[in-house]
Design a protein. Structure first.
Length: 292
């Protein structure tokens, strides 16, 4: 099963920093499909080890997460903490996805997968594309066994390239990031990976701008978004949830295709149009995203 299918129902991810205990206590009631426990950006250098221990403690309480997917973002291997993060998580036997930031090469990602799967051969890795080199190397990066998802880290990418981040209205990325953003979406689709964007805009309390931005990810084929704030989750869940009309159409396509196949017919027809195998696959994936 590909990462895109396995995590088809995952639309929203909420990043949870654990330095402040109040955030962990809110996990059971957060309306997100997944939570990301963070060892990277939100953990200061002098507290990395303490945060790692706290993450391991929180992971032991699986009831805290309910049915949500659990993602843990580690530090990059080039740092003083990345290898320790990966080795500590490898010893944990529960189901998690390892999020690896600032990946740049296939060899690097293969090492991450190897460390992550030391005790669990099914554990998935979710890679963050955040540098110019990663975009250039992406066709090799996505071939890494164990990869289940890609994220386009637009803030770090813009800083690495030295380009403008947002458009003049502040509700979408600057056109200069279009190539990299689209390439991540295409690579993820081609290799059966889930793909994530984000909800962070300069005026993050302006929910109209947040919705415009989240919709732009959906329009490109991204399957989920990392929410900057719990206040963004309703928007992310609503925008990335297939509409009732889309669900109804997908049901009809699935039924017509499966009926034709069961009868041994060479073509499936719906409303006078041929239903192709890709049409059927897309319909099934959409229904999986809708929880059906």
């Amino acid at each position: 099963m590909t990462g895109r299918v396995r995590y088809a129902g995952m639309k929203s991810i909420l990043e949870v920093p654990l330095l402040n205990e109040k955030y962990a206590s809110k996990i059971p009631t957060t309306p997100s499909d997944a939570v990301m426990l963070d060892l990277e950006d939100s953990a200061p250098p002098d507290q990395k080890s303490a945060v790692r221990e706290r993450v391991l403690q929180v992971l032991e309480n699986r009831d805290l997460f309910g049915s949500r997917h659990v993602i843990v973002r580690v530090n990059n291997l080039a740092t003083d903490w990345g290898r320790d993060d990966l080795e500590a998580l490898a010893a944990y036997r529960g189901e998690i996805v390892v999020c690896y930031p600032k990946v740049e090469t296939e060899g690097e990602l293969n090492e991450v997968v190897g460390l992550s799967r030391a005790n669990d051969a099914s554990r998935g890795v979710y890679a963050m594309i955040e540098t110019a080199r990663a975009v250039i190397e992406m066709e090799r990066i996505v071939r890494s066994d164990g990869l289940v998802g890609l994220h386009f880290g637009y803030v770090d990418f813009a800083a690495d390239v030295g380009c403008q981040l947002f458009n003049a209205e502040g509700d979408d990325l600057h056109a200069g990031l279009g190539y990299a953003r689209a390439k991540v979406a295409v690579a993820a689709a081609a290799y059966g990976l889930f793909s994530t964007g984000g909800s962070m805009v300069p005026e993050y309390k302006d929910l109209r701008k947040v919705e415009t931005f989240v919709r732009s990810w959906a329009d490109l084929g991204y399957t989920a978004c990392i929410a900057l704030s719990p206040s963004h989750l309703e928007i992310v869940n609503r925008v990335l949830q297939p509409s009732a009309a889309m669900i109804d159409r997908a049901r009809l396509i699935r039924a017509a295709y499966e009926d034709a196949t069961a009868k041994g017919e060479s073509n499936a027809i719906l409303d006078g149009k041929v239903i192709t195998t890709p049409d059927y696959r897309n319909a099934r994936l959409l229904l999986a995203r809708a929880g059906q």
